[in-house]
Design a protein around this ligand. Sequence first.
Ligand code: ATP
Ligand code: MG
Length: 385
Amino acid sequence: VQAEILMIGTELLLGQIADTNATYIAKALAENGINLYQKTTVGDNRERINRALRDALERSDVVLVSGGLGPTEDDITRDCVAEVIGKSLEYREELYAQLSARFAKVRRPLTDNNKKQAYAPEGSTSIENPNGTAPGLIAEDERGVVICMPGVPRELYAMLDDSVVPFIREKYGIEGLLHSRVLKVCGIGESRVDDAMGDLILSQKNPTVGVLASPEFVRIRITARAASVEEAEALIEPVDAVVRERLPGLVMGVDDATLEGVVAKQLAERGWTVAVRDSFTGGLIAQRLAAKGDSVFRGGVVASSTESVRADLVRDQFGATCGLGVSIQDGEVALEFVTPAETTSWRVPYGKNDALQRLRTAVICLEHIRRHLAGITEASQDAKA
Ligand code: ATP
Ligand code: MG
């Protein structure tokens, strides 16, 4: 089955909002093995919406539309769909009842323009919107199916996941699914990961392996096509093992794992706490550790960059078990980490003191602590890369 996305909204063309709905829809389609052929964006303009709808129906089986279902003058998606499939809009008592109930619940008066949302093209199916007022809509003719969802992201996400994707899967008898696991690696470059992964990326068919870098992590995504999530996990498992074998100790975590989350867990397992004195990242490290709660984080000082740092002093100041010091020395970021067992220190060269470098330094500090506490000594060298 071939699908298209049609985004409606002048705001999108003006660059006033980022098109996160399209990203969300595209991801859901990929995960369900539905081929996305084209994505189109048009403004709130009847003629252009009509043309885009006709073109999309010409090419594809399913057209997923976002936006323009609301009560205002420029919300014309409903009218356009009716026109393109050659049906008129009909008033639906049950939609009006849903609307009234919704407005009563949020204690707002139902204004005249809201009544627009009680109309739908003849023969179409309405999709209930538990998170808002605008119902979704499924309209078909011999060319294909048009599915309209509200533009408000929260409403669209729920409608897509709970109603639209199940509808498409059922209608086109889609049985398999795509399922991914993301292994996260910090403190080494994408090229180093690519080097280690290169042949896997090329040779693996199911699951496939892909590498994606950000300032925070290199993500190694393993994606399997299977009949169920369990089956996909079973296909992913051996490839996961190969990746870990090739990057010993470097996989920080999977999927939603965060560096501070992993470090906090390592500290908590030992019953340790930490304090931070930081004259480089402007408090980024403390901010992240603080989010893990006071059972792990005891306090922090954000100081000017000229000060050299003794990790034991900040540890004592806050009565923590461990201390981390970050400062600038000889044009390098100097890090010191003290635990009840030992003190380690290391240097990281830096270019300029900008937001990216501060983020990278925060990541490298936390990654050093993670590796240190995991007993990975050799690989720690790579944290400098
Ligand atoms: P409403 O009932 O709120 O009018 P609607 O279906 O008419 O809903 P729009 O008016 O197009 O949808 O968009 C409502 C809001 O949702 C926009 O102001 C915008 O903040 C957000 N939005 C719309 N389209 C997108 C998109 N493609 N990606 C992310 N956010 C979006
Ligand atoms: Mg609107």
